[in-house]
Design a protein around this ligand. Structure first.
Ligand code: SF4
Ligand code: SF4
Length: 240
């Protein structure tokens, strides 16, 4: 039974929760993440997310240690996305790594396309698209004063002369306002192939089918232009 009085997922079949729990604990990284727990709270004291949210790395260590399937499922849906993945919790005297437990749980949540993961990651679609299609993330021209009023007059000054400021930066690859920096086409294609062959694109499809379709169309056209045969690439079995 979940430790939360207002547990939300009582209707989810126990077998479904157990299968997800087993997937987390059978991950090859699992054995180096948890060695028991003193309940000392050092990880909580170090954790920045614990200061701002109803969130505790100690709860992850204890719940996973106790194999509490119901609370695990609550955490998998409602807490994993509150972690900032800073790994300050690795100062645990028991050598636990709650941040790594959360990393594995997030991956399982995404692999199974849980609605909670879709909701949490919705706002990142634009960034994912930008990274995968251009090789870089936030572009300077996205930093507009309207969006960042708390940055004060400096952001107005910089955005008015963005082109000039960018040209003043020594590396030539940063003389652009639509990208953080220019990434060569060869590098973009290599990155895309890595994401495709390691199953990351499949994870994106699980989360956001529209984003996946746009990405595939844009990048596979580029691959074909460079002489790659998409059918050959699709035939590679990543489970081997
Ligand atoms: S990795 Fe996550 S759980 Fe660990 S200290 Fe950072 S925010 Fe907290
Ligand atoms: S620091 Fe380690 S031993 Fe202490 S509560 Fe956190 S996970 Fe448990």
């Amino acid at each position: 039974m979940s430790i939360y009085l207002d547990a939300k997922y009582r209707d989810v079949p126990q077998e479904e929760k157990q299968a997800l729990f087993d997937e987390v604990t059978s991950d090859m990284r699992w054995e180096t993440t948890l060695y028991g727990c003193y309940e000392c709270g050092i990880c909580v004291a170090a954790c920045p997310s614990a200061r701002f949210y109803d969130f505790s790395p100690r709860v992850f260590a204890q719940i996973m240690n106790r194999e509490d399937i119901d609370t695990f499922y609550e955490l998998l849906n409602d807490s994993v996305w509150d972690c900032s993945q800073c790994f300050a919790c690795t100062r645990c005297p028991r050598q636990n790594n709650p941040g790594a437990i959360i990393t594995i749980m997030r991956e399982v949540a995404v692999r199974h396309g849980l609605q909670s993961a879709k909701n949490a990651l919705k706002a990142y679609s634009r960034i994912i698209y930008k990274i995968m299609s251009t090789g870089t993330q936030v572009a300077p021209d996205m930093l507009q004063p309207d969006f960042f009023p708390d940055w004060g007059p400096d952001v107005v000054r910089v955005s008015e002369n963005l082109d000039v400021w960018r040209r003043a930066i020594p590396p030539e690859t940063m003389h652009t306002v639509e990208l953080a920096w220019d990434v060569s086409e060869k590098t973009r294609l290599e990155l895309y192939l890595i994401w495709k062959l390691t199953g990351n694109l499949q994870m994106i499809e699980n989360l956001d089918e529209n984003l996946f379709m746009i990405l595939e169309e844009v990048m596979e056209e580029l691959l074909e232009e460079h002489g790659y045969n998409i059918d050959d690439i699709d035939m590679i079995d990543t489970d081997e």
